[in-house]
Design a protein around this ligand. Structure first.
Ligand SMILES: Cc1cc2nc3c(=O)[nH]c(=O)nc-3n(C[C@H](O)[C@H](O)[C@H](O)COP(=O)(O)OP(=O)(O)OC[C@H]3O[C@@H](n4cnc5c(N)ncnc54)[C@H](O)[C@@H]3O)c2cc1C
Length: 396
């Protein structure tokens, strides 16, 4: 099997490498990712100008306007991961494809240009205290009052809500309909009166997500994506894009190379970790898993290139990729020895404490966007055709 790229793609990669070599240091640093900043906006703007972000978004919505090319998209993802540069953000990865596919023309004009530039930052209001894995049981309600929706209820684990300009939010609009049919997908600005955001501090010491309370929040009637009661379908469209971005095999490969560098640098009794048989054995096991995910990623890519639905290879990316990334961070921390347990502001911290942060964040990513157990259920039922999990309602 010849896995080499043809000349056109090789040149594209060379061009991209040259760009990242001269401009890569303008990317916001890893610890600032996810937080809006002038630097993030400037970086995003530069990427769009060169066609490395919003590449296939039509020019009329502020994108680069290239024809979709799955291999180019893959090369961009690979090269950005290789040098650890930031690509995309919330608005870009989840909401924008959803609006492009299902939004009205007016919504596309309003939402897409500032979102892809990183000037309109989004948070995702799906989970509630009693509705996470069983999301369709959500109870935050919206009732029509004249020309406005009036929202009451609560969301939880809302990542970045404290920095966001806008929320896409699932609400129950048809309380009498079966649970999956009674949901609508609303969008609104976070400064709408009646919204109360309360940050939740996690074990990283930072508040990455929040509780969000709604008391008589009034939203114009037309700020809905898709039709009333069809929010479940719209939400799954967004989740498809979110899961596609979690567990990216390029990230695992880039981490693997970073760990090799750490193991060349760190020593035990004068011996490089890379030459220590126990560490080396662990490293090789991780390399095996990383390569398996990389080639699985190529399988997914080959299906997309042929316009086919990849099925199982696609389903396993989030589950295996997120767990692998977590194991990689674990390996890096062990390789740092006693320095691996330092945190936050110690003078002896290595790599700005990035691995310790990643270790804890990655644990969250195994849960966020659908837990590992739920992914396994979906793989069993949808990809392998196993019998459906018995539903509680059906048993009583
Ligand atoms: C880092 C992070 C960021 C997040 N960001 C957001 C966000 O921006 N917006 C948002 O809306 N939500 C967000 N979430 C919430 C996330 O989507 C939920 O945590 C997730 O869907 C699980 O829901 P839950 O926490 O209510 O757990 P539960 O659904 O209560 O699950 C508890 C445990 O039971 C298991 N379980 C539940 N049902 C089944 C089943 N049928 N079969 C087998 N096991 C089962 C689960 O796997 C889990 O281990 C985020 C979560 C994390 C960790």
């Amino acid at each position: 099997m010849d896995l080499a790229y043809n000349q056109e793609y090789t040149e594209f990669r060379d061009e991209l490498r040259a760009f990242l070599k001269s401009h890569g240091d303008e990317s916001p640093p890893a610890h600032e990712r996810g937080k809006p900043s002038p630097r993030a906006v400037a970086w995003q703007q530069k990427l769009i100008e060169h066609g490395y972000a919003a590449r296939t978004i039509p020019k009329e919505y502020g994108g680069y306007g290239a024809e979709p090319d799955i291999l180019e998209a893959h090369i961009i993802a690979e090269e950005f991961a290789r040098v650890g540069a930031r690509m995309g953000h919330n608005g870009d990865n989840r909401l924008v494809p959803t609006v492009l596919e299902l939004g009205t023309e007016e919504q596309k004009q309003w939402l897409i240009p500032p979102s892809i530039r990183g000037e309109m930052n989004w948070c995702q209001g799906y989970s509630e205290p009693g509705s996470g894995s069983d999301l369709a049981s959500l109870t935050t309600k919206a009732e029509l009052d004249g020309g406005e929706w009036v929202i009451n209820g609560q969301k939880i684990w809302t990542s970045g809500a404290q920095h966001a300009d806008m929320m896409f939010c699932l609400v129950r609009t048809e309380p009498d309909a079966p649970k999956h049919n009674g949901i609508s997908y609303l969008i609104f600005t976070m400064d709408t009166p009646g919204i109360d955001v309360r940050p939740l501090v996690t074990m990283t010491g930072e508040a990455i997500f929040n509780e969000v309370f709604f008391t008589d929040v009034r939203v114009p009637k037309d700020q809905i994506i898709g039709r009333r009661g069809e929010g479940w379908f719209v939400a799954n469209n967004t989740l498809k894009h979110e899961r596609g971005g979690l567990g990216d095999p390029n990230q695992a490969e880039s981490r693997f190379h970073d760990i090799v560098e750490i193991m060349k640098r760190e020593t035990i009794d004068g011996q490089r970790l890379l030459d220590n048989p126990i560490y080396r054995d662990r490293l090789l096991k991780l390399q095996g898993q990383m390569l398996a995910m990389k080639f699985n990623g190529m399988r997914v890519l080959s299906h997309f290139a042929k316009d086919e639905e990849p099925g199982l290879p696609r389903w396993i990316v989030k589950l295996n990729g997120c767990e692998l990334n977590h194991q990689m961070a674990n390996m890096a921390i062990d390789s740092l020895g006693e320095l691996g347990v330092l945190y936050d502001d110690s003078d002896h911290l290595r790599d700005q404490g990035m691995w310790q942060q990643r270790y804890m964040l990655d644990l969250g990513l195994i849960i966020g966007g659908g837990t590992a157990q739920i992914q396994k259920n979906m793989i069993g039922e949808r990809a392998l055709g196993l019998p459906k999990e018995p539903k509680y309602e059906q048993q009583v």
